[in-house]
Design a binder for this molecule. Structure first.
Ligand code: SF4
Length: 352
């Protein structure tokens, strides 16, 4: 099978999760509750952990939120990233509190002394930093120089932070170059990847509600991953962060970058369809949603393309006239009457 050749970047460790190098592409998300209020935040973290989110980012906008970091850190084994803007004191507090990574732009935290203080403490504590370049918040000087956000302007902004970090002998970095404009995001990451070896966090920012955001993310993140670019991903949706994790995995699965969970191959149906394939596929998706197995399941509507797909799957059905052929690991193991297709298929899946 043809496989994606991933670019080998430097690696960083975010708690127990590696990003870059030979580490698999990880899936991140960000909590949406107020970090000052611990109970709902921990509940959200639990839901993300249950969805197998590899890394969870929380916003740290003030001291009260930063004071909750030790309790958050104690509550979960999932690495936690503090999202901090401008305020170097909060970055120092987060490092002292045992945070696993900080998302901050060193060029935006003020005087050279403040930058030095943060980078020195982060280096000593082995806390990596993600520099997040966003096309919506580029420096005024770059907007003047380039007229509007361009891939080159985003690259130049990233380079400014690289210089500052290098001057302070800090190298434990990851970068993201995000935009709500999918193609701009793709081009900026391509440019960065051609020039630098730092691990890349991919995301289309402010991608929109679930449906639109899923499409934009799949195109933006998926295009880059298919080219071997990208080490960790965050799908950004206006909705439940657990959905971001599901979509993140779906993107990785579509590119064979992860072999986890249920992969359903189902036909779009057509005039040949002889059973209620739509209902069967939807029910299979619903009933297998919580399963932790690694399985490809084929639900096919006729005997033209059905047997071929069902044979390649771990388990599958190819519907025929009032019956369906049931395939398991490439072999037909039974013929099932139409009214029993769904229950029998689920039973076989559960037994696998
Ligand atoms: S598998 Fe058969 S029923 Fe399904 S879309 Fe293809 S030809 Fe139509």
């Amino acid at each position: 099978m043809s496989e994606i050749q991933r670019k080998k970047t430097r690696s960083i460790m975010v708690g127990s999760v590696g990003i870059g190098g030979d580490f698999p592409v990880s899936v991140q998300s960000m909590t949406t509750t107020n970090t000052e209020k611990l109970a709902p935040l921990l509940e959200e973290i639990d839901r993300l952990e249950a969805a197998d989110c590899h890394i969870i980012r929380i916003t740290i906008p003030n001291v009260k939120a930063a004071q909750n970091i030790p309790a958050i850190r104690k509550h979960t084994n999932v690495p936690i990233v503090a999202d901090i803007h401008f305020n170097h004191q909060l970055a120092l507090m987060a490092i002292d509190a045992g945070i696993d990574k900080i998302r901050i732009n060193p060029g935006n935290i003020g005087s050279d002394e403040k930058v030095k203080e943060v980078l020195t403490k982060a280096r000593a504590a082995k806390v990596p930093i993600r520099v997040g370049i966003n096309s919506g918040s580029l420096e005024e000087s770059l907007l003047k120089k380039y007229g509007h956000p361009t891939p080159e302007a985003m690259l130049e902004s990233a380079e400014k932070h690289i210089r500052i970090c290098q001057e302070n002998d800090y190298h434990d970095l990851a970068f993201s170059l995000k935009s709500s404009n999918t193609y701009l995001m793709i081009e900026a990451n391509r440019l960065f990847s051609q020039k630098y070896n730092y691990p890349l966090h991919l995301g289309v920012t402010e991608a929109g509600p679930v449906k639109q955001g899923t499409i934009k993310s799949a195109i933006g993140i998926g295009t880059l991953l298919a080219e071997g670019i990208g080490d960790t991903i965050r799908v950004s949706l206006t909705g439940d962060p657990v959905e971001e994790v599901r979509v993140g995995y779906a993107i990785l699965k579509a590119l064979n970058l992860v072999h986890r969970g249920i992969n359903i191959v189902s036909c779009p149906t057509c005039g040949r369809t002889v059973a209620d394939v739509v209902k069967i596929a939807e029910e299979v998706e619903k009933r297998t949603a919580q399963m932790k197995k690694n399985l490809t399941i084929a639900v096919m509507g006729c005997i033209v393309n059905g047997p071929g797909e069902a044979r390649e799957a771990d388990i599958g059905i190819a519907c025929g006239n009032k019956t369906a052929q049931l395939f398991k690991k490439g072999q037909v193991i039974d013929k099932i009457p139409e009214e029993q297709i769904l229950d029998r298929l689920i039973e076989e899946i559960e037994n696998l």
